[in-house]
Each structure stands twice: as C-alpha cells, then as structure tokens.
Design a protein around this ligand. Structure first.
Ligand SMILES: [Zn+2]
Length: 458
C-alpha cells in the first residue's frame, strides 16, 4: 500500500487516487530564463520516478508540467541580450529538452506554456474579482485579497510559525494576479487594460484546464511552498470553492558549501556541465540516494563514488543481456520485488530501494564467483527489471558497454588490452595475462573470464 508524505498535513498518508486506477500529477516546471541547474535535475528526476513507479503499480498517469515562458526575469534577460522574447525562450526550452532527455526523464503527458493560456488566466481572474477575492488597486494591477481566504498559511504551517507570520508583513501582502504594463513592454489585452499575468495564477489556471478540481498530487521544489504554492492554493480554492489538491509533495534543496544553491547567490551548477562528466545513471543514482524531502549537500566526490557502485550493476546487467535472458517472476524474484516495493511504498524511499538493488548486485557477483551461472543470470534480469522502474539502464541492449563510456578512446584501449590478454591466455602465457589484468585494474576495469570470452565492465 503506497503512503505519501503530505506537506500540508505533515503526515505520511495512505494514497488513494480520486479515480480508480488513474492518477493526476501536476509539477511546477521551469521558468525558462536560463539553462537548467542541478536543483532542477533533482526535482524532475524524482518526479520522473514517481511517474514511472505509479505506472508500474498499474495506474494510468496524467502528468502535467508547465513551462513558465513569461516573467520579469525572462523579460530582463531577453532585453539585456537584445533578443525577441519568444525566440529567446524557444532557445532555452530546446536546451531544457536536451538536458532532460539526456537524464532519461520521460516527457510529461502535457507540457503547457503559460503564454498559450493567457485567456484561461484572464477568465480565472475575472471570476475571482466577481467573487470579491480580487480587486484592482490604484496602479491598475489586479491583486488577490489574502484576507478573503481563511486557510491562508496552512501549507506554510502558519500555526507553527505564528510569530513570524504575524510580525512579517510579507506574509500578509496581497499578491499580483495581473500586472498592468507600460506600452513598450510585452503585454496582452485584458478587461483591466494591457498587461501580463503574475506568476502564481498560471498554475491555478492551467490546473483547472487539465484537471478541474480533481488533482491527486501536486509537486515542486520546497522553495515553492511559500509563496508560490500557498498562493496557488488560495486562488484555486477560492475559485473552486472546494479542496484543491490531495497530496502535496516537495523535494529538498541542494546545499553547496553550506549555502543553499540559488540563482540569486550565483552558485549554481548547470545540468549541461554535469552530463558532460557523468552518465545519466550516475546522476540519477546520486540524487535518488538521498530521501527526496531532505537537502543534498552536493559533493562531486560522491558522484565519482556512484560510478564504482554502478560498475557492479553493469557487470550483472551484462550477464543477462549477453545471454538474452528476459526477466520472469518466480519465488526468489517475488522476495526482492516485495522488498523493493515496500521501500518505494514508504513515501518513495529511493535510498532504501537503491540499497536493495546494490545488495542484489553483490549477491549476483557472489553467485557468479561460485559458478552458479543460471541463478546469477536470473537475478541479473531481476536487477535489470527493478532498475528500469527507477529509470536506470536506458541503453540499447545490443550495443555493449559503449553506452556507459563517454571516452571512445578509452573504450578502444580497453578492448585492445583485452584482446592481447586473450591471446596471451591462449598461448598459456599466464604471467603476461596477469600483468594485463593489473593494467586493466588501473583503469578501474573489472573482468571475469568465462570459458569462451572475457566479460568486463567498470
Ligand atoms: Zn506553479
């Protein structure tokens, strides 16, 4: 039975979808004013796992992730580089797609852009004004009236932070739904003059369009809890007149040298740099090895450590691939599947799920060393199956190890040494063969001799 930690109640709750066997998920997407950083990688890899796992449980998943393609930062940046705003955002979206694709993040069911939904936003604001939840101020902007919504502050846990809440006007300030713009700025026509939407209203309007008031899971990074998600709740619940979301899920931050990673501090690492140095599996493992709610103290040394763990996984995967063995259920696979599912059902405990897979890999290698090949190959196919649920092993199974190695020259070098070593073994030149094995070890290559061939991997 799947349980999910709900940010709103701060409790792990049994997951029950609104519609049987269907799940609706909305995750706030990227504001496309700059290339995606590793904080995006963490959040969207995690929700990719949520999406994949729910599908594996048999749900049909409707997953919507918006693209914020209009806001102050986008306007500022495109003006600064003297580029048309739409060609600028198109360029950033292209890079985002390359990044997410490389990270093996599945495309959501829908990826709406805010600028395609201005009319939906205007309609929602209109109703909020009619129902006295919003008003036009003296500057001609439309603002949401916080005091018109009784439950404001629940997501932020106002009760626990009451002093801060009461003493800080920031929490009580009405927020912008529609911003009146000057003639020179990009704008859309509205009943309140030319302008553009505030940030929060886009997610409420897009949600309404795709899900009405039937949303199972709403997610995002935990920096969005306040004000973005608090304001989204206020807008949507005042618009629907009923509960908006059943489960709120938030991913933790990335900490760099004891500071929160953020654009404003200028200490961001970009995905495109990360994928130049590490494979998609290494990056995925690294981010999933911390519970999704907890902060990650980013350290590149830990990514290098993951490489070593994955070498063992790949060695096992190669066994089942080389034998063309397809996974099937039986008594021993059910044992591991249950362990894996218990971990994942506990509010997506991915660190525990990874540990179970690593222990499985260790067991496979022991069986292999004991020459229990049939069992080793069978469990390897199980490792392949379970790892794929988490989004690992996205490679063409016929293309050997090449997929894991960025450096083609290194690959060729390794193959050459193995060829030499096989020749030495054929001539029974054992000393030379041992010497070449040591040489391979220096490259971090792990080899296994079988009767007819030498298997190798990192
Ligand atoms: Zn949002």
């Amino acid at each position: 039975m799947l349980k999910i930690f709900n940010t709103l109640t701060r409790k792990k709750e049994i997951f029950k979808s609104i519609y049987k066997k269907k799940v609706s998920i909305y995750v706030c997407g990227v504001t496309v004013y700059d290339n995606c950083h590793i904080g995006h990688a963490r959040t969207f890899i995690f929700f990719d796992v949520v999406n994949r796992y729910l599908k594996n449980l048999g749900y049909s998943v409707k997953y919507v992730r918006n693209i914020t393609d209009i806001d102050d930062k986008i306007i500022k940046k495109s003006t600064l580089i003297n580029k048309n705003i739409f060609s600028f955002t198109k360029h950033v979206i292209n890079q985002m797609n390359i990044d997410f694709n490389t990270l093996n993040i599945l495309k959501p069911s829908f990826e709406p852009r805010v600028t395609s939904h201005i009319i939906d936003i205007i309609n929602m604001i209109n109703i909020l004004i009619l129902n006295k939840h919003a008003y036009i101020n003296s500057q001609g902007d439309v603002l949401f009236s916080i005091k018109s919504y009784q439950n404001y502050g629940q997501l932020l846990h106002k009760k626990n932070n009451l002093n801060e809440f009461e003493n800080n006007n920031f929490y009580k300030n009405d927020f912008v739904l529609w911003k009146k713009t000057k003639n020179t700025e990009i704008s859309w026509k509205s009943p309140w003059g030319n302008g553009r939407p505030g940030w929060h209203i886009e997610c409420s309007a897009i949600n309404y369009l795709y899900f009405k008031n039937k949303l199972d899971i709403h997610g995002g990074g935990n920096d969005l809890i306040f004000p973005h998600h608090e304001n989204e709740r206020a807008q949507s619940e005042c618009f629907y007149k009923e509960k908006f979301v059943n489960y709120w899920m938030h991913t933790g931050m990335i900490i760099l040298k004891n500071k929160k990673m953020s654009k404003s501090l200028g200490n961001t690492f970009l995905i495109k740099d990360l994928i130049n140095n590490f494979s998609s599996d290494v990056i995925r493992y690294y981010f999933l090895s911390t519970k999704y709610k907890h902060p990650i103290y980013y350290n590149v040394k830990n990514l290098i450590k993951v490489n070593k763990i994955l070498r063992k996984w790949y060695f096992c995967i190669n066994l089942s691939i080389k034998k063309n063995y397809n996974f099937s259920f039986n008594h021993s696979s059910i044992f591991y599947i249950n362990l894996f599912k218990n971990a994942m059902n506990d509010s997506f405990d991915t660190p525990l799920a990874l540990l179970i897979l690593s222990n499985l890999a260790k067991k496979i290698i022991i069986l292999y060393d004991m020459k229990k090949f049939k069992k080793a190959i069978f469990l390897s196919s199980l490792l392949h199956y379970l790892g794929s649920i988490l989004g690992f092993f996205n490679f063409n199974i016929n293309s050997n190890n090449l997929n894991y190695i960025k450096d083609i020259n290194l690959y060729k070098k390794i193959e050459k040494i193995i060829k030499k070593r096989n020749y030495a073994r054929k001539l029974k030149l054992w000393k030379k063969a041992d010497h070449l094995r040591e040489k391979l070890l220096k490259f971090g290559i792990y080899i296994k001799d079988t009767k007819n061939e030498t298997l190798w991997n990192f």
